[in-house]
Design a protein around this ligand. Structure first.
Ligand SMILES: [Zn+2]
Length: 411
């Protein structure tokens, strides 16, 4: 097995730690932000540019790659990294999140804040759903051509083994903050039963696919905003072993009320085995990354940095703003004067404003490079601050400037 996690330093008085995840495709120094290339590409940016901006690994989506081009094609290509010309480690999510986004959350809001939305806003009616969950798996309609498909824990493992990422996630049911408490319990029992089936199928496939690099499997901790459910999931999955196979690490997933993020993550990370890596799924706003790191998460992924870049929104030390705004028409300074990315060292806000207004393709490329660099570097700076023993000061400095100048810090 060529997967391991070494902890270099643990912060006293908090759950934060610095470490290295070793994978067959290379190491990841943690804490680390993992940019998302949903369909085996970070939209509009070359893999070489992602490497240059400091990305240590990329995360793709098993559900999307299964539908197109088909996971068998990635297998034939030699796996995800080889297929997309990415010279480093890769992750795939399990497709479980799509259960939420195509099922109960279809065309609805993936609520980060339980107080903001009414129940009708986040739960799609039964007939509107593209996916239906039962105890065995999920039946869903392709968003591409309407064809019907079925994911079970076994299918998810088969698909992810074919895709060949270094780190995979167990198939889970991701609920929303607005599912009832009895439903959260039901979904958690299902996720536990599916975790055992994932471990068994993962073990079978690892033994069957002789000569392939070892793929690590992370279990996913659900339980929404409920302390007892989160702690139970962490206890049960943290110690789970089936036929000698246990999880190599853990993902913390599901509905995470932004105001409670740190509390929920600490419930879980105080229980999970200390010597295994923890990934906080789908979290990537700057202020949330601090909360994740100080509460013991090692890696993070989020589509936000690239998604908002394509709409001209950029992260800077002066907060988040839109380059399309006419105030940048004659602004010949970089997007962020403290940023060392390719875009900031070669282009001005005036040029970015021009290409966004003209709907030029390069606008997406340049803005994405900047945003991904900003977030990757921010987490790199947190890692360095932990090593230097000044994380609290670094956090206070950053948030003091970022939140003060942002006006709005939330996404
Ligand atoms: Zn930049």
């Amino acid at each position: 097995m060529s997967f391991s996690f070494d902890i270099k330093k643990s912060e006293s008085g908090s759950l934060a730690r610095v470490g290295t995840i070793n994978t067959p495709h290379g190491p990841i120094q943690t804490p680390a932000f993992i940019p998302v290339g949903t369909k085996a590409t970070v939209k509009s940016v070359l893999p070489e540019s992602m490497k240059d901006l400091g990305s240590q690994a990329l995360l793709s989506n098993a559900y999307h790659l299964y539908l197109q081009p088909g996971s068998d094609i990635l297998d034939e290509a030699g796996g995800l990294a080889q297929f997309m010309n990415w010279p480093g480690p890769t992750f795939t999510d399990s497709g479980g999140f799509q259960v939420l986004s195509l099922g109960v959350g279809f065309k609805k809001v993936l609520a980060m804040d339980a107080q903001t939305f009414r129940r009708d806003d986040v739960i799609a009616g039964n007939k509107d759903r593209l996916a239906h969950v039962d105890d065995e798996g999920v039946t869903f309609k392709s968003h591409l051509d309407g064809s019907m498909h079925r994911f079970t824990p076994e299918v998810s493992m088969q698909v992810q083994h074919q895709i060949g990422a270094d780190i995979m996630f167990a198939f889970d049911e991701c609920t929303t903050l607005h599912n009832t408490r009895p439903y959260q319990e039901l979904a958690m029992d299902r996720t536990y039963a599916w975790a055992i089936r994932c471990l068994d199928e993962h073990k079978r496939l690892t033994e069957e696919r002789v000569g392939k690099p070892y793929q690590a499997l992370f279990g996913v901790i659900q339980g929404a905003q409920y302390e007892d459910l989160r702690k139970k999931a962490a206890t049960d999955l943290g110690s789970l072993e089936s036929n000698g196979q246990s999880f190599d690490g853990f993902g913390i997933g599901g509905a995470l009320d932004k105001g409670q993020l740190g509390t929920i993550v600490s419930w879980v990370n105080e229980i999970l085995p200390e010597d295994k890596p923890r990934h906080l799924l789908g979290i990537g706003a700057p202020e949330d990354l601090f909360v994740g790191v100080e509460n013991g998460c090692d890696t993070f992924d989020c589509v936000l940095a690239s998604r908002i870049a394509r709409t001209s929104a950029v992260y800077t030390m002066e907060g988040r703003f839109n380059l399309s705004n006419s105030r940048f028409k004659r602004d010949f300074t970089p997007i962020d004067s403290e940023c060392d990315c390719y875009t900031c060292t070669h282009y001005t806000r005036a040029y970015m404003h021009h290409v966004f207004r003209g709907k030029e393709i390069i606008s997406a490329t340049l803005a994405t490079i900047h945003n991904e660099r900003f977030i990757v570097r921010l987490v790199d700076q947190m890692r360095q601050a932990l090593l230097d023993g000044n994380f609290a000061d670094m956090k206070a400095d950053f948030l003091g400037r970022y939140l003060h100048r942002s006006g709005q810090s939330r996404d």
